[in-house]
Design a binder for this molecule. Structure first.
Ligand code: PRP
Ligand code: ZN
Length: 295
């Protein structure tokens, strides 16, 4: 791997891998993977991709083996709380996918009436740092039991009373006779980088990539909305459009009262939005997806 190529760590398989690869693709980066499937090379920009276990990503970035990484905020924060490498890696921005929650969960038969119930209990988790931080904030003393996987079986095996684990659909908890009782940490995929400055070459590539990622994220919910409306309604419609900048107002051929309004809406446009626009006088409303955007 060349020293001049920006090295990005992404998850090899799991919650984040699909979204991470999709993001790279949306940024126009095609990854050709090596035979070992652990390493990929991007053609369009001098970027190399390392496919790793998510738990290893923060330390790879902090220790210089990679420049940037895509990782769950849960894994990043846990690493920060446990690590001795404080501030060696920093969060750059949230990426808006792989949302999940770190939750305390207890056997279904528990009648949970507050964090005090956890006093003196053993809590199985892969996230002792985040769990302890939360317990402390609740003024509760409990004992985390560190487990690297299959946390949800701990209560049945009587090695813990409750668990603190990642929940997305809740299916895993349910299948193990557990129910979520409190949210400890809200997580999603984030972009992280090494704290130390990059070489000028890498910095240039990093900035180009950031620009593309920002473009993908801002265009994700954005829509191009077109409609016709009476001139008298332009103001009300403009004020109503969700997250729109100054719209374009165009003359309609053969009509002196009606105009066409075109706008980029940066927030979600729902069916209800269209109904409301109609009530304000709009007709022939079209909502189009936006593929790319750059300020
Ligand atoms: C978590 C957690 C459960 C599962 C819950 O593992 O440990 O196994 O996800 O998901 P569900 O609510 O949709 O059933 P994760 O994917 O984070 O794997 P890892 O700890 O091995 O990285
Ligand atoms: Zn993991």
């Amino acid at each position: 791997m060349s020293e001049q190529r920006l090295r990005i760590a992404i998850q090899k398989s799991g919650r984040l891998s699909e979204g991470s690869l999709e993001l790279m693709k949306s940024c126009g980066l095609k990854i050709s993977r090596g035979k070992d499937k652990l390493y990929g090379r991007v053609q369009e920009l001098p970027i190399d991709v390392l496919l790793l276990r998510d738990d290893d990503i923060p330390s790879f970035v902090a220790d210089n083996a990679c420049d940037i990484g895509i990782v769950g905020e849960n894994v990043f924060e846990e690493d920060r709380l446990n690590g001795s490498r404080e501030n060696a890696a920093e969060a750059v921005m949230p990426l808006g996918f792989a949302r999940c929650k770190l939750m305390l969960a207890a056997p279904k038969e528990w009648v949970f009436d507050g964090a005090e119930m956890l006093e003196g209990k053993r809590i199985a988790t892969s996230y002792p740092g985040l769990t302890l931080k939360w317990l402390k904030a609740q003024n509760v003393c409990a004992k985390p039991v560190m487990m690297n996987g299959s946390v949800e079986v701990a209560p049945r095996l009587k090695i813990a009373d409750a668990v603190c684990d990642i929940v997305s659909t809740g299916a895993t908890l349910d299948a193990n006779g557990l129910k979520p009782v409190a949210t400890v940490f809200d997580s999603q995929a984030i972009l992280i980088r090494r704290n130390a400055p990059f070489s000028p070459e890498k910095q240039t590539v990093f900035e180009a990539l950031l620009k593309r990622i920002n473009g993908v994220i801002t265009s994700r919910d954005a829509k191009y909305v077109m409609m016709n409306a009476p001139k008298s309604a332009v103001r009300a419609i403009t004020e109503y459009l969700p997250g729109a900048e100054a719209p374009t107002v165009l003359e309609l051929a053969g009509s002196s009262e009606k105009v066409a309004i075109h706008a980029v809406c940066r927030e979600s446009v729902f069916w209800d939005t269209l109904e409301d626009l109609k009530k304000l006088g709009a007709s022939a409303i079209l909502v189009l997806p936006i593929e790319k955007m750059m300020a």
